[in-house]
Design a binder for this molecule. Structure first.
Ligand SMILES: NC(=O)c1ccc[n+]([C@@H]2O[C@H](COP(=O)([O-])OP(=O)(O)OC[C@H]3O[C@@H](n4cnc5c(N)ncnc54)[C@H](OP(=O)(O)O)[C@@H]3O)[C@@H](O)[C@H]2O)c1
Length: 229
């Protein structure tokens, strides 16, 4: 309630559902970032508490993002939901595939967090990284996802390192490793697979986690999956 919330990757799938979930509370202010800013503008035009901005994590523009963030008073929640998946057998993954996966899934996220730190609410704010079960140590792995899943594992590691470095500040960071959710990304990776959750269902969980759990945990990597391991 009455939170300022940034959602990265707010244009499609889980991110779109997250923006809509957060916007249900009229006193929240939501800032949504993604490359498809026209799509976000169209989708969210009826949501008066949502503003949309162009962001390409592959070519992170520090000056532009810092200028946008400078106009935000104080950030309570930052959800790093953007992600890029390339699927190919290990031998066929190119250098560009590796670079792009790491730049979007972890380096760009770290750059965005650096830009956001000055405006994170020092009296209690929560950064939530959206990783994948594929990046969770000991989980079942799938062929073709080396670039994607190793970059998501790096995002998990970033969570622990940031939490250690900022443990005496009011900023907490946790990481949710999602299992399958019915989105375009899942359909590309596993055509025909029926996921147990819709984007709306998982968005409701992520939003509630982001809004309530920063006071209770920090630097945690949480598998959000009903399967074991
Ligand atoms: N669906 C699943 O089963 C599943 C499972 C585990 C984890 N996840 C994670 O959940 C998150 C959301 O995925 P999704 O399934 O909802 O897929 P999606 O519909 O493809 O959404 C991906 C989001 O990331 C944004 N994005 C991609 N490249 C970007 C870039 N260069 N710069 C800025 N934003 C970029 C996209 O926006 P633009 O294209 O407009 O830039 C979009 O909003 C991802 O981090 C994904 O890895 C999903």
């Amino acid at each position: 309630m009455n939170k300022t919330i940034i959602i990265i990757g707010g244009s499609t799938g889980i991110g779109k559902a997250l923006v809509e979930e957060a916007a249900k509370e009229p006193s929240n202010k939501i800032f949504a970032f993604a490359r498809k800013d026209d799509l976000m503008r169209d989708n969210f035009q009826v949501l008066t508490n949502v503003s949309t901005y162009h962001l390409d994590l592959e070519f992170f523009d520090e000056k532009k993002i810092s200028e946008i963030i400078a106009n935000i008073r104080s950030i309570d929640i930052l959800i790093n939901n953007a992600g890029y998946l390339v699927k190919n057998s290990f031998n066929k993954l190119s250098h560009k595939d590796f670079l792009k996966s790491y730049q979007i899934n972890v380096i760009g996220i770290m750059q965005f967090v650096q830009a956001a730190i000055p405006k994170m609410n020092p009296n209690g704010s929560h950064i939530v990284n959206i990783s994948s079960m594929g990046g969770f140590q000991g989980s079942v792995k799938f062929p073709g996802l080396t670039a994607y899943s190793t970059s998501k594992a790096a995002l998990c590691s970033f969570t622990e390192l940031f939490a250690e470095e900022y443990k005496d500040s009011g900023i907490k960071m946790n990481c949710l490793c999602l299992g399958a959710v019915q989105t375009e990304m899942l359909e590309e990776a596993f055509p025909g697979f029926k996921a147990p959750h819709s984007p709306e269902e998982i968005a409701s969980f992520i939003y509630s986690f982001a809004a309530t759990q920063g006071d209770f945990m920090n630097g945690k990597i949480i598998p959000v999956s009903q399967s074991t391991p």
